[in-house]
Each structure stands twice: as C-alpha cells, then as structure tokens.
Design a protein around this ligand. Structure first.
Ligand SMILES: Cc1cc2nc3c(=O)[nH]c(=O)nc-3n(C[C@H](O)[C@H](O)[C@H](O)COP(=O)(O)OP(=O)(O)OC[C@H]3O[C@@H](n4cnc5c(N)ncnc54)[C@H](O)[C@@H]3O)c2cc1C
Length: 291
C-alpha cells in the first residue's frame, strides 16, 4: 500500500520546524529517517496531512564530547553513532547497542531521536537512555526544556513530548571510574526486534562493591523498563557475592504483563529476559574489573 497524500515541508531550523508543527496542529507529524513512520503511513496505521521533514535541520545533527557528558543530536543517524570514536570511548553502551538495530540500510537512515521519540518497547536506544540516566532535550514554540529519561517513556509508543515539541538532542552522562557496560538480546534473526533484551551499566568502588548501576529491560513489557528495585538491592554489595542468575530473576520479577505472541509465551519471554540480564550483568562486571 502507498501512504495517503500529504503536504511536504522542509524547514532548515529547529525553530521553524516547531513553529510549523504548532501551526499545523494534529494533522502534522515530524519525520526524521522515516524508518518507523513510513511503514506506518504505508500501512495507513497513521495518516497525516502534513509531514515536517527534519533532514535539512543541521543543528539537530552531531556528536559533542563535553567531558562529563556526551551530547548526540537527535537527527544523528544510527550509522554515525555506531562509527563514532567519541561514542565508543565515552558511552560504550550506546556504541555497543547500535549494531543490534535493524540492518545496515535502516541504520543509515534511522536517527537516534526518531528511535527515542518513537519509543518502541523493543528498541535498544530507549533502554540505553534509561540505563545511563540520559537527559533528553526538547524544543517547542514555548522554549527549551530537559526531560530525564526516567520521566520520558510514559507507555506503549508514548512519551512526555507534546505534539509540537521536538527532541533536539540527548545528553548521556559519562560514567567515570571502574565501570562496565553490556547489552544482550535474543532475536529470532539478526536485525529483528528483540524478543527479550537487557542493558546493564555498573560502577564499582575500590572495594569491588556496587556503587552505581542501571538495568534496562526491552522487548518485554509494553514500554521500556528500568529494574529500579533490583538496582537498589545491588548497591553496596560486593560483586563477588552477587549471583548473576539472581540479578536476572530480581530484575524481571516485577514484570507483570509480558505479552505472548506467535514467537513465544509471556512466561517464556520473561525467563529469556532474566537470562539476558544475567549475561549482561556478568559481562558488565567483568569489564568493570571483578577482583
Ligand atoms: C525492518 C526494520 C527493522 C528495525 N529494527 C529495529 C531494531 O532492531 N531496533 C530498533 O531500535 N529499531 C529498529 N527499527 C526502527 C529504526 O530504529 C528507526 O530508525 C527508528 O525507530 C525511528 O527513527 P527514524 O529517524 O527513522 O524516525 P521516523 O520513522 O522518521 O519517526 C519515528 C517517530 O519519531 C518522531 N520523531 C522523529 N524525530 C523526532 C524528533 N527529533 N523529535 C520528536 N519526534 C521525532 C516522528 O514524528 C515519528 O513519530 C527497524 C526499522 C525497520 C524498518
């Protein structure tokens, strides 16, 4: 099927783009890489009279190392994120998540802002943003604001963004010190969305006790989740006394509504999720230096 007819707008600044979105109202939608929106338009799951294309808005693109944080423009493609040496050094979890996203062609067009704004519960970047405590920068005709990742993902495909608000960039804190990061996911084929996935970031103190940690769960619940209760239980414990399987079980214990689908029952996916957390935990702790 082909999308219904729409009027195409191509602003060159973010301000122009948000003013257009405000002026055109709910008949308008921003489009970035089109890798999620175009299939929805083609299947007529979404119909908009106006599309506001962000591709010519250069201020939305780029990667900037700010020392204690790394800023990634919302319009930066997955491929650029994946190739960036700055990302690899400062935010390894983001770098490692990228190859799991779809295929080469999708990563060449899809953008980090599009992925986070689309908020698919099985997507990798929302889980990375939650796990690392990223800050999401937004712009509307009313001005700029910053939203903590923890407050951003509000439900199935829904976020705290207003309809006339654009994501302009994502600020990832750099976790200094004895830190380790890992992403694990199970998908039927390479490039498919995960049936279950987990992201882990951990920082240890000089005594090998957990000083800070983040555990993200994706592909499991209606929205990306952070396993906050499991994280709280880990803080202050010596890593050599923590069983990875226990971390997996605790992190997934609170998931009540794991959906069943043609690929597996909810119960199977929950157990798969526990395995993904356990694997990611082991790798992250190894990287942090478990002595
Ligand atoms: C075959 C296939 C496989 C895929 N596999 C994966 C996968 O394994 N993992 C994964 O994470 N993703 C996967 N994707 C999705 C891919 O990552 C998309 O690129 C991404 O979800 C959306 O980014 P986009 O730039 O293409 O956004 P678009 O499709 O252009 O837009 C998506 C939504 O985000 C909104 N939006 C875009 N930019 C902004 C902004 N700056 N501010 C506010 N709203 C904005 C749009 O209005 C729209 O609602 C896959 C896609 C395909 C087609």
């Amino acid at each position: 099927m082909k999308p219904a007819a729409f009027e195409y707008h191509s602003p060159t600044t973010a301000e122009e783009a948000v003013n257009l979105l405000a002026e055109l109202g709910e008949e308008a939608k921003a489009i970035a890489g089109g890798q999620s929106l175009v299939p929805m338009l083609a299947l007529r799951l979404a119909v908009f009279d106006h599309l506001v294309d962000l591709r010519r808005v250069s201020e939305l693109r780029g990667i900037e190392n700010r020392g204690d944080s790394l800023w990634v423009g919302a319009g930066t493609t997955h491929a650029t994120v994946g190739r960036s040496e700055d990302v690899r050094r400062a935010v390894p979890l983001l770098s490692r998540a990228t190859p799991h996203i779809g295929h080469f062609q999708i990563r060449n067009r899809g953008t980090i802002g599009g992925s986070i704004a689309h908020a698919d519960a099985a997507a990798e970047y929302p889980a990375v943003a939650l796990t690392l405590d990223a800050q999401l920068e937004a712009l509307s005709p009313r001005g700029r604001r910053t939203i903590a990742a923890a407050d951003f993902f509000t439900g199935m495909w829904s976020t705290a963004l207003e309809p006339d608000e654009l994501l302009t960039g994502i600020e990832f804190p750099v976790w200094h010190g004895r830190s380790g990061f890992a992403i694990e996911e199970f998908a039927r084929r390479s490039g498919d969305f995960a049936l279950a996935g987990a992201t882990v970031a951990v920082r240890l103190d000089a005594d090998s006790r957990v000083e800070r940690c983040g555990i993200g769960l994706f592909g499991l619940a209606p929205t990306t989740e952070r396993a906050a209760a499991a994280e709280a239980e880990l803080i202050g414990r010596r890593v050599s006394e923590i069983s990875a399987d226990e971390v997996g079980r605790t992190a997934t214990a609170g998931l009540s509504s794991v959906p069943s689908d043609m690929h597996g029952s909810g119960d199977y996916r929950k157990r798969l999720g526990a395995q993904m957390v356990a694997r990611a935990w082991r790798r992250a702790v190894d990287e942090a230096g478990n002595d």
